[in-house]
Design a protein around this ligand. Sequence first.
Ligand code: SAH
Length: 349
Amino acid sequence: MRPLVGLSSDELASLAKELGQPAYRGKQIGRWLYHAYAATFDEMSDLPAGLRAALVAGFTIGTGRCVSASLATDGTEKLAVRFGEDAVVECVRLPYEDRVSVCLSCQEGCAMRCAFCATGISGFRRNLTRGEILQQFLLLQARAPERRISHVVFMGMGEPMHNLDEVLGAARILVGEVGLSARSITVSTVGVVPGILQLAEAGLPINLAVSLHAPDDGVRAGLIPAARKWPMSEVLDACRQYRAKTGRDLTYEYLLIAGVNDDPDQAQRLADTLRGAPGSVNLIPYNPVPGAPGFHRPSGQSVQRFRAVLEAAGRHVTQRQERGGTVDAACGQLRLRALSEPAGLGGAR
Ligand code: SAH
């Protein structure tokens, strides 16, 4: 059964022709997939019955099913989505006053093994296809159709640079079919230098976020094994090239972990390291996860101190807004729960 989500209008038009239909049927199918968030072929009411029967016989919309959902009072909703029998990932919708953002996964698990990260601790399972990435978006949108999703961040499970073709394939459909602006899509990387340089050549003006999490290579390598392969000087150089090539915004993510990287001296060293590097710093107070018992969230005061040092050095700083309360606290846990419940919620969508 071939999944249709992930195909462009042109590819859907070729498919329609393969099925003995006029090409414009492809456009109609695309509208049902990417604008009406259809979950079944029966819903595609303007297609002739024969075409619908052919689609039912040989295709699926996608294999993704929401197997667990957690909705917070502020509208933040986190889903565990199962693909076929083998993969479960998490994705989140975050409604703000002026925009609706979603956070998508690009891999089941992750090979980067960052010491503080629930996904890294559980290891790598497999890459997601572009269709599976898009299905997360479509499931999240279908559950709250009254507000259109305006922003996409690849900050869920996985390292986008290790699955860049599929991430870019999904981004191209989001821009070309769903109608999102590339400027409202952000890819977050642990600092995979060849990936940053490849993304710079992709011809899509996407924003780049880089997980630094430390003022120097010593502290960084203790948190992020990949830092041994790509030192900060090389990462920042790739960032400069990214900026020069695309003109897009750059963000340095800095996870604040109590007693590890939240000292004001470290803020000063970070400011020094970043001198001459374009972009703002996004401070993320650590979210404790089971499996990383040595890491703790810093106090609000310590976050403010860190921020003040960076700002005094002239760096633009943003802070991750606290969202979703219990939803966020359960980071990584919905997936674990879903994996231990083989039946899940079935078609909970
Ligand atoms: N692999 C990519 C994207 C996925 S992680 C990357 O490393 O950037 C997205 C962001 O969430 C990264 O900055 C990551 O370091 C951060 N993160 C991971 N675990 C976290 C936790 N427990 N609390 C807060 N942020 C976390």
